[in-house]
Design a protein. Structure first.
Length: 156
């Protein structure tokens, strides 16, 4: 499969959310979606990223976008993460990493000389028709949300 590019249809998915409900990408047709893949709940960088989205959620919603986080963690862990940090957007469980693979966020990683497969922090901006508008891979948190909001502003 070729790597996703802006202008391509976003791969569909149906995953279980932190609250136990089933969520599909199709549920968001008619809205913009900021879909972000992250490695693991409760880790320092993932917690910082989720809290940044939480703190700026009103700005994303004002721009007509919903925020959705996806990691391989099970729904019960997502629920604990949500409750501990007051997260108010859905966290979806991708235990077999099928969605992450479809988006190219499941890749070979290296740490301390060890190679393993895992989530590469990635963000996808999807328009109201389910088309990818922008992609950020290997995300570094500093300034990232500003970049996503700037891209959303161009879509108005």
């Amino acid at each position: 499969m070729s790597e996703l590019q802006p202008g391509m249809k976003a791969p569909g998915f149906t995953l279980q959310a932190d609250d136990g409900r089933t969520v599909s990408l199709d549920d968001f047709l008619g809205k913009k979606v900021v879909l972000y893949f992250y490695p693991q709940d409760m880790t320092p960088t993932c917690t910082e990223q989720a809290c940044q989205f939480r703190d700026r959620l009103a700005a994303f919603r004002a721009a007509g976008a919903e925020v959705v986080g996806i990691s391989p963690d099970p729904p019960a862990r997502h629920a604990r993460f949500r409750d501990k940090y007051g997260l108010t957007f859905p966290l979806l469980s991708d235990p077999d990493h099928a969605a992450a693979e479809a988006y190219g966020a499941w890749q070979l990683k290296k740490m301390y000389g060890r190679e393993y497969m895992g989530i590469v922090r990635s963000t996808f901006l999807i328009d109201e028709k389910g088309i990818i508008a922008a992609i950020w891979r290997n995300v570094r948190l500093k300034g990232h949300l500003d970049e996503v909001l700037a891209e959303l502003a161009k879509m108005e």
